[in-house]
Design a protein around this ligand. Structure first.
Ligand code: CP
Length: 310
């Protein structure tokens, strides 16, 4: 495949070869983060705008670290201190930012489709850092990187994704990515949090956690996205924790060497107990470390060609 990408808006339609190229490059960049001097000159002269119009800790910081490790310039844009708070539109904001000639815009936005809108209207590469309840492609890429790193493969891997599937952009990007890579995906959650027609994506759907995680290689727990629900879709946190929360006893149903993942932020004691989140099977902080490497790979593939002949 071409080692060049124009945008990264989602994993729907991204090929197995393209995903594997990003993961392989991420592995090379992970080594940079393990050196004493964690910086290479690869993207010197490239400008990356970090446009986060919805809260973020991991994604925003890891894109910033990724860009800086590649020697790119970063411009951080924070919605609350920008003219967006005076009513300026996303398009006007983006066009003004474009006048400063950035090469890459990383956008997180509460509205599904906003990165696609931006990509059509600006002359820069756009990365979707999470749009509403649609997609979060770099999260799924770092999740797949972590699974491949820990389990040596994605093809045939039994992956259970449990929780609020309906409102989760992490779940959707993982469903596209994992099925493309040949993993066998099961999902579980309350019926009110499961989208209809999931079976069309080739995943098995359960309304109980136990059969979903039985014999799984990977158990990925998701946060309940209360901010995206119009009303409560389950009786109480306590009842949710009892039925769908992952604790040590339920984890025994998975393979003895199964890994536990969570994209963060976690609701400890709701979808996952602290004992499991901090336990020996948890790779949650490795996911964060791998996020930097994968985002370095994405920034490289989007912008390195701009430096050719420069
Ligand atoms: N996983 C994730 O997207 O976390 P943040 O919201 O902190 O970026």
């Amino acid at each position: 495949m071409s080692t060049r990408m124009n945008h990264l808006l989602g994993l729907e339609g991204v090929s197995r070869e393209q995903i594997q190229t990003i993961l392989d490059l991420g592995r090379e960049f992970k080594a940079v983060g393990q050196r004493r001097i964690k910086k290479v000159p690869t993207l010197r002269g490239i400008t990356v705008v970090l446009m986060f119009i919805e809260p973020s800790t991991r994604t925003r910081m890891s894109f910033e670290v990724a860009a800086k490790r590649l020697s790119a310039e970063t411009l951080a844009f924070t919605a609350s201190t920008s003219a967006l708070s005076k009513g300026e539109t996303l398009l006007d904001t983006a066009q003004n930012i474009m006048a400063m000639k950035p090469d890459v815009i990383v956008l997180r936005h509460a509205f599904s489709g906003s990165p696609h809108f931006l990509a059509k209207n600006v002359d820069a590469a756009v990365v979707n850092a999470g749009d509403g309840q649609h997609e979060h492609p770099t999260q799924a890429l770092l999740d797949m990187f972590t699974m491949q790193d820990k389990k040596g493969r994605l093809d045939g891997l039994e992956v259970a994704i449990v929780g609020d599937i309906r409102h989760s952009r992490v779940a959707l990007s993982n469903l596209w990515g994992l099925t493309t890579m040949g993993a066998k995906v099961r999902v579980a959650g309350p019926r009110t949090m499961l989208p209809v027609h999931l079976d069309r994506l080739g995943v098995k759907v359960f309304d109980r956690i136990e059969p979903a995680i039985e014999g799984a290689d990977v158990v990925m727990m998701l946060r309940i996205q209360k901010e995206r629900m119009g009303k409560d879709l389950f009786p109480s946190d306590r009842e949710y924790a009892r039925i769908f929360g992952l604790d040590s006893s339920k984890l025994r149903l998975a393979k003895p060497d199964a890994i536990v993942m969570h994209p963060g932020p976690m609701n400890r004691g709701v979808e996952i107990t602290p004992e499991v989140a901090d336990g020996s099977r948890s790779v949650i902080l490795e996911q964060v470390e791998n996020g930097v490497a994968v985002r370095m790979a994405v920034l490289y593939l989007l912008s390195a060609h701009l430096l050719e002949g420069a």
